[in-house]
Design a protein. Structure first.
Length: 483
């Protein structure tokens, strides 16, 4: 039951195997060589995949790019939404979405199967870029092309990665290629194995970044940087060497020697130069990791990644640009401005850098304006508070000066009345003192009686305790005597 290149017929439900209840179903169309071992953890599986929609698609919910065919039409006509050849997934690394990861885990070379999965085991509630809408159940036609066991090296893949590095860095570095790659890999297996693993992590990160799944992309790039770190730390010559192109600095970070020249330096062998492919891929992973953090609004982490790159290669344009963006997001306008100016000196025609420079200038101007407004507002509040305090003090002084006796002179009757009032107040005061003294005497008597009662109670309790103790001893002696 083969699939047509542009349309497919639904498979019968009786032929489907349940991989995970009804959420993941598998139907085998062709079986590979059963004598070959199946995939296991760490196996790199290369496969061709064709994807179809299972649910109906509402076009109004999709963010479809102008140059793509309408997804609803693809669903209605059973047309695949994607067709990819030689896609690589490393089992156990999370390179594939969950349903596909489970399907290829025990596959053999030559296997062909249909895979149906619930959206929760595909691309979930977010979908995938503009290709797959949210909450979409999918069906894939998968053909297993090859397996690459752990510690095996794919020569074609390594050659392709080296060629790509040469194109990207033409004129910047001279990377001597081995005349016979087979012999080179057999001689320096650790180097090319590390380079292949690092390149696979970078490729997986690029795929997730393309799908706008920046968290998984960052995870892949981080694993790639660790592979490079482990490789360089395992080689003694990079710990102390000062003449190598790539060396390990005192802080444990790989560095490129700015005075190194591959053509002029005759003391460094071609064998050393070839480590440059790992170094350049490592720098690319750091740069891409910074891009992921920027997309996830983790500006501080993005800035840290850019600093790592610039410590190694101070003239890296991508690192300078992303350092400027991350510093701007952190409101570090001076640092952002320095980075973008350095970039424009190296590449004056960089349009993105010019736009970013305008953003930085505008943000810095707005920040300065806001700072002045805030300072002015604070100063006005302080001045108003000081003025109000001085005004209150002035009113208080004025009131104390103006207030006073209105009539200074008094009549004889008023004087006599004042004397009587004074006399009666003195008599009242003496009476209060006597009553107070009487109350104090009563309180003292009560306190003395209370203390006496307490002492009597204490003596009584002590005597009772002694009597009980004596009786207990007598009873104990009597019982002992009886025994």
């Amino acid at each position: 039951e083969m699939l047509d290149s542009e349309s497919k017929q639904p498979a019968t439900s009786n032929d489907w195997e349940e991989v995970m209840n009804r959420d993941i179903l598998l139907k085998r169309i062709e079986f590979g060589d059963q004598l070959l071992p199946s995939a296991s953890m760490g196996t790199i599986v290369t496969c061709d995949i064709i994807g179809y929609f299972l649910d109906e698609v509402e076009p109004v919910q999709l963010n479809v790019e102008p140059n793509t065919t309408d997804l609803a039409a693809k669903k209605a006509n059973n047309v695949p939404f994607e067709r990819v050849e030689n896609e690589r997934f490393k089992v156990g690394e999370g390179d594939a979405f969950p349903a596909l990861e489970l399907a290829i885990r025990h596959s053999r070379v030559g296997d062909r199967f249909l895979l149906r999965c619930n959206h929760r085991f595909a691309f979930g509630y977010n979908g995938r870029d503009s290709t797959i809408p949210p909450n979409m159940d999918l069906e894939y036609d998968v053909t297993i092309v090859s397996h690459l066991r752990e510690n095996e090296i794919d020569l074609n893949f390594v050659r392709a990665q080296i060629d790509a590095l040469l194109r990207l860095n033409s004129g910047k570095f001279n990377i001597p290629l081995p005349e016979n790659l087979d012999d080179e890999i057999n001689t320096n297996h650790d180097r090319w194995s590390a380079f292949e693993d690092l390149s696979f992590r970078k490729e997986a990160g690029n795929r997730w970044f393309k799908y706008k799944d920046f968290q998984r992309a960052a995870r892949a790039y981080s694993k790639g940087t660790k592979i490079a770190d482990d490789y360089f730390k395992s080689i003694d010559k990079y710990q102390n060497s000062k003449s190598e192109l790539v060396k390990m600095g005192e802080d444990g970070q790989m560095q490129i020697n700015p005075h190194y020249n591959v053509e002029q330096d005759q003391t460094t062998s071609k064998d050393d130069d070839r480590d440059l492919v790992i170094f350049l891929t490592y720098v690319a992973c750091l740069n891409n990791l910074a891009a992921c953090y920027l997309e996830m609004n983790e500006s501080l982490k993005a800035r840290d990644m850019c600093i790592k790159v610039l410590e190694i290669d101070p003239y890296n344009l991508k690192a300078l640009f992303r350092a400027a963006k991350s510093s701007l997001a952190l409101h570090n306008y001076e640092e952002s401005e320095v980075c973008i100016q350095q970039l424009l000196q190296l590449d004056p025609d960089n349009k993105a850098a010019k736009i970013e420079a305008m953003k930085i200038k505008k943000a810095k101007k707005e920040y300065n304006h806001r700072s002045k407004e805030i300072s002015k507002s604070i100063a006005n509040k302080l001045f108003a508070s000081s003025t109000l305090k001085n005004s209150n003090n002035s009113n208080h002084d004025r009131k104390s000066v103006t207030e006073g006796p209105e009539n200074v002179t008094k009549t004889e009757e008023e004087v006599q009345q004042d004397k009587k009032s004074l006399k009666s107040s003195q008599e009242s005061k003496q009476t209060d003192e006597k009553e107070s003294k009487g109350q104090v005497d009563v309180m003292n008597s009560i306190e003395i009686a209370t203390n006496t009662g307490r002492k009597t109670s204490f003596v009584f309790l002590l005597a009772t305790s002694l009597v009980v103790l004596v009786l207990s001893l007598v009873i104990a002696v009597f019982i002992a005597y009886q025994k």
